[in-house]
Write a protein that binds this ligand. Sequence first.
Ligand code: SAM
Ligand code: SF4
Length: 354
Amino acid sequence: MLRDHPTTGATSITFIEPHCPPLYERDTPAHDRYGRRIDYLRVSLTDRCNMRCVYCMPADGMQFLPPPDLLSNQELILVLSAAAAAGFRKIRLTGGEPTLRHEIVELVRAIKAIPGIEQIAMTTNALRLGRLAAPLKAAGLDRVNISIDSLDARKFRQITRGGSLDDVWAGVWAADEAGLHPIKLNAVVVRGMNDDELIRLAALTTHYSWDLRFIEVMPLTGVAGLAEEGVISSTELIVRIAAHFGQLESYGQGSSDPARRYRIPGAPGTLGFISAVTDPFCATCNRMRLTAEGRMHLCLLRDDEMDLRAAVRAGASQDEITQLIRHAVHLKPWGHGLPEGVLPTLRGMSQIGG
Ligand code: SAM
Ligand code: SF4
């Protein structure tokens, strides 16, 4: 059943009857109607989190999914097997905080065993990585992105509403030791919040061979006001960093890597700038998202979704779910509508996974 969302007009698709006929050519990997190859799935394992970052969640009033609403491990493996058959090759586990997911190590091992899945990464706040990094690596996790927005313990606690910077560093070192390379650090930069730490953050790459990525704050539900006032363009960040370290060396950009990459001359690490707001990269988008309750979210900054859980719980076969996923890929919108003032309204970032 295909219908428009009553308030937003976004596409909302529910398949009550899973036994639908094949809709699309079995090209592997799947391409959307604009010819983009879609092979990267970001999977939210939970909408819960052990922090409350100011740019991600409101201080209170969050409603979390009751556990039965989440895809079970078995359901998730079925959906990811179907996604692999539709051509998805790379999985990123995210959330909420993915390390809070019950039996996360066993889940990683099961995902890694799915034929066709070539790479598993995780985006994490690293609070629990100190003890989980080694078992996750042993289970098949390839690498991690760790969020770290401040190098000052007091400010870090304020931004995350309670997070411990010491625990994050323990997670970073454990990830490094476990070989979860290359280590990427994500920093969301907000004017007046942490832009005074820009140079200190960038300087990390002069000591360590890490990729530090600066992310423009995006106006998702719950934080849109902060994003409107606080967004700093990547161009401004590059100018400010170059004013301190000298002209940055361009380090290129992968075909579907949203980050423009640079290097401080002589540094072992790199800097990446992700400018979804001021310089969108929709033309090279290769990704879709799966929410914790099993909805395919077609574009990060739009509300369009397809409910796969309904099909799974109605008894759809893996082949039928693969067809639904191909359909979702086909329906993926061209890009977001921020320049026209179209904002996503149904979910916050913690309910999608970034
Ligand atoms: N809890 C994990 C973490 O923080 O890394 C994973 C989930 S978090 C939603 C994924 C990424 O989204 C993080 O790098 C976070 O910094 C980023 N993020 C959250 N809210 C954002 C916003 N409004 N704009 C841009 N990035 C955001
Ligand atoms: Fe939690 Fe990650 Fe959102 Fe911070 S950014 S509140 S750590 S989900």
